[in-house]
Design a protein around this ligand. Sequence first.
Ligand SMILES: C[S@@+](CC[C@H](N)C(=O)[O-])C[C@H]1O[C@@H](n2cnc3c(N)ncnc32)[C@H](O)[C@@H]1O
Length: 188
Amino acid sequence: VISVLSFAQQLVRSKVREGDTVVDATLGNGNDALFLAELVGPRGRVAGFDVQATAVEASRSRLMEAGVAERCALMLCGHERLAEVLATKGFGEVAAVMFNLGYLPGSDEAIITKVDSTLAALEQAVSALRRDGLVSIIVYPGHPGGSDEADAVESWAAGLATEAYQVMSYRPLNRLAAAPYGIFVCKR
Ligand SMILES: C[S@@+](CC[C@H](N)C(=O)[O-])C[C@H]1O[C@@H](n2cnc3c(N)ncnc32)[C@H](O)[C@@H]1O
């Protein structure tokens, strides 16, 4: 079986090449950041965002231990500032942006992604994509506020122009409606 998280990574892997620029929009413990840093290799660049200092620090240690921290710029700031930060760092077009929404398991459940900032960040993420680039979003309808956020992301994604983007979802159909699922936007 292929979990939602691993499906997202497989899709990202199929789009990203060595030397690319990519973004982890929700660092958390840095799982996706590490995955991305290994994927882009020493000539690639990873920008990472989180609003929690503990998440940024945990991710930084993880990347340092793996010897890949130099290619990563970790920002203690919200992903709704993605466009501004990428421009300041001189990052150009990106091959992939990963969002893993909700809260960080084992930390403060009140620090959670929110509809307005998520949609603002998603809009900036698709604008930053190069051709054939991918925005991967994992949503969690199971926690308070999570289903509103999942619905908002889904409506936003469904409204993207067909000529410009392919929009797909990877969702378990024989589990509770609250189970996490993936939404993927690929720029044509
Ligand atoms: C589900 S966790 C991410 C898990 C992470 N991808 C991993 O692999 O460990 C969601 C993260 O989003 C962060 N977050 C909440 N609001 C945010 C915002 N506006 N911008 C960036 N990150 C945010 C939370 O602090 C939390 O660490």
